[in-house]
Design a protein around this ligand. Structure first.
Ligand SMILES: Nc1nc2c(c(CN[C@H]3C=C[C@H](O)[C@@H]3O)cn2[C@@H]2O[C@H](COP(=O)(O)O)[C@@H](O)[C@H]2O)c(=O)[nH]1
Length: 341
C-alpha cells in the first residue's frame, strides 16, 4: 500500500478542499513583510535556537543530540483546560510553562543525577519515577503523564534494540538527509506516526518527526552529522500554537461556526475534519509566507547568504506567539488531546 501524502502535499490538498479554515492572501503578504524586516536579524538565524533559549543545550555533542531526542519524543499536549490553572516547573530561579516546562523538568532531573536522556534508563523507568521527574509546582500535573511513561518505555527499548541506545546513530544512518532521517524516525518509533485521513486520502503531518529533525539540525548547528543538505524540504510543525498566531496576524481565518466552537473551548478529536483543516491550512499558509518572503528578498535585492526555510520561519512564529501571549488572549487555539503535537 502506498504511503500517505507528504506533509507538504497533504497541506496543499487540505487547503484546496477546506470548508472552515481559509488562508488570507493579504495577511500572508503582511506576515512576509514582518519577517522581511527580520531577515538579517538574529531571530531568523540557526544560532537563535541556542542564543535565545537558555534551556536548550549549549553543546553539539552526542549527549545534546540525545537530549533533543527525549525532549521531542515528549513534545506534545501541554495546554490546560483553564489557562490560569496549569502545570508549572520552577528551575534555577525561573518558572516555566507549556513546552518549556518539559525542558525545565528534563534539565532539573539531570541536575538531580537522574539520567533521563539515556535510553538504558527511560526504557525501564517506572510511572512513579516519571511522575516525580515531570512533577509540577502546582496541583495541575503535566497532561498525559501515563502516555508519556508508556512512550518513554517503548521508545527507549527501540533505541536500544535498533540504534545501540543513541539517537546519534539514527542520525548517522540518514547520511545527512533530513527526509531520510524523518522517515527512519517514523518507521522506527510508533509514537511519531502522525498520520490520518482527509477526503478519503491518507495524509501526514509528522509534526514531532519534523521538529526532531529541525532540532537535531539546530543542536548540531547545521554542521557535521547535522549538515542536512535538504533541510529546506522540512515544513513548519503543525501544532496548536502556530494556527493561533497565524489567525492573530491575519494570515488565517476560521468560519463563524468554527470560531464559535473554539471560543467555547470545545474539544476537537485528532483526525476530525476541522482539526485537520486547521493543521493543514496552517502548514500551507507558512509555505506561502515563505514563498512570498523569498520573492521580497529577490525583488528588494536584500543580500543575504543566510538560508531562509520553513523551519526558521516556524521557530520565529512560535517564539513570537510565546512573546505575544497577552495580545493573543482573544484568539482561541484548538483543543485536541493527543500524543502527536
Ligand atoms: N510549530 C512549533 N510547535 C512547537 C515548537 C516548540 C518548541 N520549539 C522551540 C525550541 C527551540 C525553538 O527555537 C523553539 O523556540 C513546541 N511546539 C509545540 O507547541 C505546543 C506547546 O506550546 P505552549 O503550550 O505555548 O508551550 C505543543 O504542541 C508543542 O509540541 C516550535 O518551535 N514550533
Amino acid at each position: 500500500m502506498d504511503g500517505p501524502l507528504t506533509p507538504r502535499e497533504s497541506a496543499k490538498f487540505i487547503a484546496e478542499n477546506s470548508r472552515d479554515v481559509f488562508i488570507d492572501g493579504g495577511g500572508v503578504r503582511r506576515v512576509a513583510e514582518l519577517l522581511f524586516a527580520k531577515v538579517s536579524g538574529p531571530e531568523l538565524d540557526l544560532g537563535s535556537w541556542k542564543a535565545l533559549h537558555e534551556l536548550n543545550p549549549r553543546a553539539a555533542d552526542e549527549a545534546a543530540v540525545n537530549w533533543v531526542f527525549v525532549t521531542d519524543t515528549l513534545n506534545f499536549s501541554f495546554w490546560s483546560e483553564h489557562e490560569e490553572h496549569k502545570c508549572l516547573v520552577g528551575y534555577r530561579g525561573k518558572t516555566y510553562s507549556g513546552y518549556w516546562s518539559l525542558c525545565a523538568a528534563v534539565n532539573r532531573a539531570l541536575d538531580e543525577g537522574i539520567p533521563i536522556t539515556s535510553a538504558s534508563y527511560y526504557a525501564t523507568v517506572t510511572l512513579e519515577q516519571v511522575q516525580h521527574i515531570f512533577r509540577s509546582d502546582t496541583d495541575v500535573p503535566m497532561p498525559l503523564i501515563e502516555e508519556r511513561h508508556r512512550i518513554l518505555n517503548e521508545t527507549g527499548k527501540i533505541l536500544l534494540e535498533k540504534f545501540e541506545g543513541s539517537f546519534l546513530n539514527c542520525v548517522r544512518k540518514s547520511e545527512k538527509s533530513a527526509q531520510k532521517l524523518m522517515h527512519l524516525v517514523v518507521e522506527s518509533f510508533p509514537s511519531y506516526r502522525d498520520v490520518t485521513q482527509f477526503e478519503g486520502k491518507r495524509i501526514s503531518f509528522y509534526k514531532r518527526a519534523q521538529i526532531l529533525v529541525a532540532d537535531t539540525w539546530s543542536v548540531l548547528e547545521g554542521k557535521g552529522d547535522g549538515c542536512f543538505k535538504d533541510i529546506s524540504s522540512i515544513t513548519m510543525f503543525a501544532d496548536y500554537r502556530l494556527p493561533q498566531v497565524l489567525v492573530h496576524l491575519g494570515a488565517l481565518k476560521y468560519s463563524k461556526e468554527l470560531l464559535e466552537k473554539l471560543l467555547k473551548g470545545e474539544m476537537l478529536s485528532y483526525g476530525d475534519r476541522q482539526e485537520v483543516e486547521i493543521r493543514g491550512c496552517s502548514l500551507w499558509c507558512v509555505e506561502l509566507i515563505r514563498d512570498c518572503l523569498l520573492e521580497l528578498i529577490e525583488k528588494k535585492g536584500e543580500k543575504t547568504s543566510r538560508e531562509i526555510n520553513s523551519v526558521l520561519l516556524d521557530y520565529y512564529l512560535w517564539d513570537y506567539a510565546r512573546d505575544h501571549r497577552a495580545d493573543m488572549k482573544g484568539i482561541p487555539f484548538h483543543h485536541t488531546r493527543c500524543i502527536y503535537y
